[in-house]
Design a protein around this ligand. Structure first.
Ligand code: PLP
Length: 485
């Protein structure tokens, strides 16, 4: 075997093209083997098949690039939970656009690292250009909005809490007290823990969203300079907190506001849906994920602020990366744009997607999945054996078989997983357990929705065998006998 090929340089592209064909063929083969949303048999069977097919992870002698790619990519695909499958709808786990995945190949091949300009000249400029445009989408009236690229909502929320902590420290105030709803992402509590902040005050959200009157009472009882964390698109149900009233309430109590719009943020792309985020630009910072409603492969997170100066506390020096004299001489200083050092150009796939689809193209995808959720909710509502939790706000639908107990529902979800028939999520709401369908696939058809409903409605009792897997028809759901709302 010769020396392994490199991805870069003048020869790199040719090496890569050949291997990319192998990868694509293996992806197709693996998906065909699976033939459903996920492999059947449950975790032990999946692990056993994988190790049987792949053998030792660190062989003494290598098998070569072609064979290794063919085997491992095929097995990964055969054993994947594929978010492009119409019945893989558990999480905010989107089917990435092919154009974004293709761009990610280039990011890997070029391997710019965004911790210093001399590793990433064009990537530096591209990141600045793209993050300014996305920050301006969040803060249209701001003078100098900026955004950081993060690994996702978790890191964005951590950065938001860190910036709030530093604003308080620099102003000589007491450590910031976070106030959030019970509907807030679990990562908010962890971020407070990580940053050494007091344990967040959690406001109950019996209606699914923060009640401004309840927040008002809580903020009234606390010292000023708290950080109110609101959610625009809760992970469990997609509910959006009443942002304008919460912004007013925060201002009244000299509290700062962070909005976690990891899920809901991309509604901004849609002319039809954007009004649901009215008030978002009153926040001191906004979390946005493009690996949810944004159709990017992980990772593609953002934290937007209305004024780039808010990011100054992240400034940091390391002589080998951003020596003061280099910065003075005009080399861009990137260390202050993340707490990471080596950092992938996740901005490339985002930039390519924004250019390829445009705002309206992304907005149309957002509208499509919101319509699909509305159509699914309607089917459930009409079904005599199913109960709908509520009309969806974004693209999440909570439902349950009428006669089922919480235990039945948990068991049904696991059985569908183990049989490889559907990947449904679960969420607790109103004191009960619900099945959760998070629709992020813009190619869902009416027949897919019918089949999903049938799968749950016809679920046999725990000890009966299930019906065979359903085939997946291909008509776009908007043209198939349902009126989207
Ligand atoms: C998904 C989600 C997060 C976490 O984002 P990751 O990208 O998984 O780190 C945070 N907040 C909300 C509301 C989310 O839905």
């Amino acid at each position: 075997m010769g020396k392994p090929g490199l991805a870069g340089g003048a020869q790199g592209a040719r090496e890569l093209a050949a291997l990319a064909q192998t990868v694509c063929a293996a992806l197709a083969e693996g998906a065909a083997t699976r033939g459903g949303p996920l492999p059947d048999g449950g975790p032990q069977a999946v692990a056993a098949r994988l190790t049987a097919a792949t053998g030792p992870a660190l062989p003494d002698e290598g098998t070569g690039a072609e064979e290794a790619l063919r085997t491992l990519v095929r097995e990964m695909a055969a054993g994947a939970a594929d978010p492009a499958d119409p019945h893989c709808v558990a999480h905010l786990h989107c089917p990435p656009l092919a154009v974004a995945a293709a761009a990610d190949l280039a990011a890997s091949a070029l391997n710019p690292s965004l911790d210093s300009w001399d590793q990433a000249p064009a990537a530096t400029a591209l990141e600045t250009h793209v993050t300014e445009a996305l920050a301006a989408l969040v803060y249209p009236a701001a003078h100098a909005p900026q955004a950081l690229v993060t690994t996702g909502g978790t890191e964005s929320n951590q950065m938001a809490l860190l910036l709030a902590r530093e604003r308080a420290a620099r102003a000589g105030r007491r450590p910031v007290q976070v106030v959030c709803g019970a509907n807030a992402h679990h990562g908010v509590r962890r971020a407070a823990w990580l940053l050494g902040l007091p344990r967040p005050v959690v406001v109950a959200t019996p209606s699914g969203v923060l009640d401004p009157a309840a927040v008002d009472r809580v903020l009234h009882g606390l010292a000023p300079h708290t950080l109110l964390v609101a959610t625009a698109g809760s992970t469990d149900s997609g509910a959006i907190d009443p942002l304008p009233a919460l912004a007013e309430c925060a201002a009244r109590h000299a509290a700062e506001l962070h909005v976690d719009a990891a899920y809901g943020g991309p509604l901004l792309f849609s002319d039809r849906e954007t009004a649901k985020l009215a008030g978002l630009d009153a926040a001191h910072s906004v979390t946005l994920d493009l690996h949810k409603l944004g159709w990017q492969p992980v990772a593609a997170g953002l934290l937007a602020v209305p004024d780039g100066a808010a990011l100054d506390p992240l400034g940091h020096r390391a002589d080998y990366l951003n020596a003061a004299d280099d910065t003075e001489a005009g080399l861009p200083d990137l260390l202050g744009r993340s707490l990471r050092t080596s950092r992938r150009p996740d901005v490339l796939k985002i930039a390519v997607t924004l250019r390829a689809l445009g705002r309206t193209g992304l907005g149309a995808l957002v509208d499509t999945v919101c319509d699909a959720a509305g159509a699914l909710a309607e089917r459930i509502d009409r079904h005599p054996d199913l109960e709908l939790f509520a009309r969806p706000t974004i693209s999440t639908v909570l439902f349950r078989p009428r006669e089922a107990t919480d235990d039945d529902i948990a068991e049904l979800r696991r059985r569908l997983l183990y049989d490889g028939r559907a990947v449904l999520g679960r969420a607790r709401a109103g004191g009960r357990l619900w099945l959760k369908a998070t629709l992020l696939n813009p190619r869902l058809t009416a027949a897919d929705l019918d089949a999903l409903v049938a799968l749950v409605a016809a679920a046999p009792a725990p000890d009966e065998p299930g019906p065979p897997r359903l085939p997946h028809p291909t008509h776009p759901f908007t043209t198939e006998g349902t009126t989207p709302r």
